[in-house]
Ligand binder design. Structure first.
Ligand code: UTP
Length: 286
């Protein structure tokens, strides 16, 4: 069972300036739901009941979003809009423990995850990067959970990327495949095309055994002053098996403008309340 999820959201979000100046990029909506809520729901739906946000003081609106808002609820009741309450304070959040830990300096994803060590303790835990929005019948975390249960190892989500894009991601060298779980032989952070061991790149969902912390603690800061999660995984590989799971479904990189707009269009076309109109609008524009 995976009961804890860590969501690192302390990044600067520079690609979304000026929108991300006053509003954390994770709070930007895809249609009518902030990006971060899609990831939180994905975690809760596999049975997670404790969510740890690694955040920063400027991003207080994230806490406000997940806190129950009784005043707003009362105002909705008084104006007869009772059906809106389930959108305001969703049932799915009740019983979930939300923690907020400040990462004072943005020293990388590995550094961010390390902040969760004390709360995670000896538990296996999920990591979700809310920038990556996944859309599939069986969620990305569910797919990882299957592989974790099969292998009893840490598992990371991967997908194939174009050759021109390998330099943007952590890339694995794949080994033996057991059912849908691919044993990882090696992993490299942002390789050049010539050095890339494959075109299979890491995407933003992971299930880790707590042993990862030992390696996050000993991973050195890289040239840009960051602790890379990929480097810690590479070190972990020397002591235990780590698997990758080829994600089956749609994926949108909402950390980039292109991916964000793509996700907005794709989800709008799935939203029955607006899809017809949106199709018409797109046709008109083209
Ligand atoms: P990114 O580097 O993709 O996102 O980090 P960013 O820094 O927020 O955005 P840009 O590149 O400036 O536009 C991937 C994930 O790791 C988190 C980010 O919040 C994001 O979810 N992160 C990154 C941290 O929590 N702390 C860090 O020090 C770095």
């Amino acid at each position: 069972m995976v009961k804890i999820a860590v969501l690192p959201v302390a990044g600067l979000g520079t690609r979304f300036l000026p929108a991300s100046k006053a509003i954390p990029k994770e709070m930007l909506p895809i249609i009518d739901k902030p990006l971060i809520q899609y990831a939180v729901e994905e975690a809760i739906n596999i049975g997670v009941d404790e969510i740890i946000f690694i955040t920063s003081p400027e991003k207080y609106s994230i806490k406000k979003h997940f806190d129950k808002n009784i005043n707003f609820e009362d105002r909705l009741k008084n104006s007869g809009k009772i059906e809106m309450i389930k959108k305001l304070n969703p049932e799915i959040f009740s019983g979930i423990k939300f923690h907020y830990i400040d990462q004072k300096e943005q020293k990388g994803l590995g550094h961010a995850i390390l902040h969760a060590e004390e709360l995670v303790g000896e538990n296996t835990f999920a990591v979700l990067l809310p920038d990556d929005l996944f859309f599939s019948a069986e969620s990305c975390l569910d797919q990882l959970l299957n592989s974790h249960q099969e292998t009893n190892s840490s598992v990371i989500a991967v997908n194939k990327v174009s050759k021109e894009d390998v330099h943007k991601y952590g890339v694995i060298s794949p080994g033996v495949i057991k059912n849908k779980s691919i044993q990882i032989e090696d992993i490299v952070e942002k390789p050049s095309l010539d050095d890339a061991p494959s075109d299979i790149a890491v995407c933003g969902r992971y299930i880790f055994k707590p042993t990862i912390f030992k390696f996050l603690k000993t991973t050195k800061f890289d040239k840009s002053g960051e602790i890379q999660l990929t480097d810690a995984i590479k070190a972990l590989l020397e002591e235990e098996e780590v698997y990758a799971r080829m994600y089956e479904g749609e994926k949108y990189d909402c950390g980039s403008k292109k991916g964000f707009v793509h996700a907005t269009i794709a989800l709008a076309l799935k939203d029955k309340s607006i899809s017809k109109d949106i199709k018409k609008i797109i046709k008109e524009i083209i």
